[in-house]
Design a protein around this ligand. Structure first.
Ligand code: SF4
Ligand code: SF4
Length: 439
């Protein structure tokens, strides 16, 4: 059976820079700036004050609603300020700024092994929520919310996303090779929460070591399987992964739960295990610091709140030919506006590119070649949507399915005229959301 989806494209993957580099635990920063809002949903609310002493894993905030998660201290030390700090896109929002005391002392109970074998589904979910877990694959959706479908939505599958189809990034690949047992245990916990009978781990064929290890480790699990996916971007999109894994299409405007599925990233599964079994909140994550313009590409385990500049220094610094630094991968990531922006829960990579690979082009008129149509994994008409947004015909763009666009950028990548298509989709989607809010 061929596990894949319709459309898509395979850009050069650039993974060789860091795919062989083991996860390297980098030192805790002297100053950690931890944003209160690092997830989709309501910002969390600070529960510490300037001058408080805090320890690693201590909650700094409480959830601001059901679709919200708290944040935790990633270093021990003193709260120096709660102030506006710019994120990678340059958007300023409140962050708790901690000056480390260098002791790295843990908050009471953090890291203590727990016998969770008799935990109920509700107890597991509460642990996940209290640990501040939000999807690590980029969408940053609170995990406990994903695991709370309405009663009428029966969940048959947990599908773990080990695809990592974004070029250059290798954090998930390394995690699958180095922590397969904890990822599998995290998946079992999620299956228990939603009472799913089956677990599937989807990995692209260009990660043979991860495939071999995950197959070995799941060999005795009757209700789990590892599937080898065709190498094609955006294979890691939720809808594309579901169709490849079980052949079901999520309806337009629908969610994976509509076809009985919850999709979760492998890093998220690992974080779920740590939250439940080790009482460890989400205060660190694996980040690929990579690209042809970084001296010593690495996969680092970095504390949330570490300035990006420290990750770059830890990887030997940038080469002279560096032209662009991207937060995330080259397809869906964005050029960094503020280089000292702190690591977030959704930071999967810091990518340092030379001018040659930084895709700097001048937009040309559309030549109606329809290449964008043939690769769109959401079966949209990219150029028609773009034209409608350009002429402020937002209702038309909505009718053409702009809200089903997953912003994967494949259309823009293949476009010979180098149309800045995704830029228009972002504008159009924001306008439509604004119009709906007003209504
Ligand atoms: S229209 Fe959207 S979903 Fe389709 S290729 Fe372009 S960015 Fe991806
Ligand atoms: S790929 Fe570019 S040039 Fe070709 S139809 Fe689409 S927008 Fe126009």
């Amino acid at each position: 059976m061929k596990y894949t989806f319709r459309g898509g494209y395979h850009p050069p993957d650039g993974k060789s820079f860091s795919e062989k580099m083991p996860i390297d635990k980098m030192p805790a920063p002297k100053i950690a700036a931890i944003h209160l809002h690092q997830h989709i949903g309501a910002p969390s609310k600070a529960i510490v004050a300037v001058g408080d002493d805090v320890k690693v894993g201590q909650p700094l905030s409480e959830a601001g609603g059901f679709v919200s998660v708290p944040v935790h201290a990633s270093v021990s030390g003193k709260v120096k300020a709660i102030a506006k700090v710019a994120d990678a896109a340059g958007v300023k929002s409140d962050a708790v700024i901690i000056e480390s005391d260098g002791k790295d002392e843990f908050f009471e109970g953090v890291g203590v092994k727990t016998d969770y074998s008799n935990f109920s589904a509700d107890e597991i979910k509460k642990k996940i929520s209290a640990a501040g877990i939000a999807g690590m694959g980029g969408a940053r959706f609170p995990t406990h919310v994903k695991l709370s479908p309405p009663a009428e939505k029966k969940i048959d599958y947990i599908i773990l996303n080990g695809v990592e189809c974004e070029p250059y990034l290798t954090a998930d690949d390394r995690l699958m090779q180095e922590s397969p047992e904890t990822i599998i245990e995290g998946m079992k916990l999620m299956m228990k929460v939603v009472n799913a009978a089956n677990g599937i781990i989807g990995i692209e064929k260009n990660k043979p070591d991860s495939i071999r290890i995950m197959k070995e480790k799941t060999a005795s699990e009757k209700n789990m399987k590892v599937i080898e996916l065709e190498v094609k971007y955006p294979q890691g999109g939720e809808k594309q992964l579901i169709v490849a894994a079980i052949g079901k299409e999520v309806p337009s405007g629908g969610l994976p739960m509509d076809v009985g599925v919850v999709v979760s990233n492998v890093g998220t599964a690992n974080a779920v295990y740590e939250a439940v079994a080790l009482n460890k909140p989400f205060y660190e994550r694996v980040v690929s610091v990579t690209g042809e313009s970084i001296k010593d590409p690495k996969n680092v385990l970095a504390r949330i709140g570490t300035p990006t500049t420290e990750l770059i220094e830890y990887a030997g610094g940038v080469k002279e030919d560096v032209y662009k630094i991207i937060n995330g991968g080259p397809m869906m990531g964005a050029a960094m506006y503020a280089l000292d922006a702190p690591v977030h829960k959704g930071t999967s990579g810091i990518l340092c590119l030379s001018r040659e690979n930084a895709a700097v082009y001048e937009e040309q008129p559309c030549i109606s070649c329809s290449k964008c149509v043939s690769v769109c994994p959401s079966r949209l008409l990219p150029t028609d949507i773009q034209l409608n947004v350009q002429h402020k015909r937002y209702e038309e763009a909505e009718k053409l399915g702009i809200m089903d666009c997953i912003l994967c950028g494949t259309c823009a990548y293949v476009c010979p005229a180098k149309r800045n298509l995704v830029h228009y989709y972002n504008i159009g989607r924001a306008k439509i959301a604004e119009m709906k809010k007003k209504k």
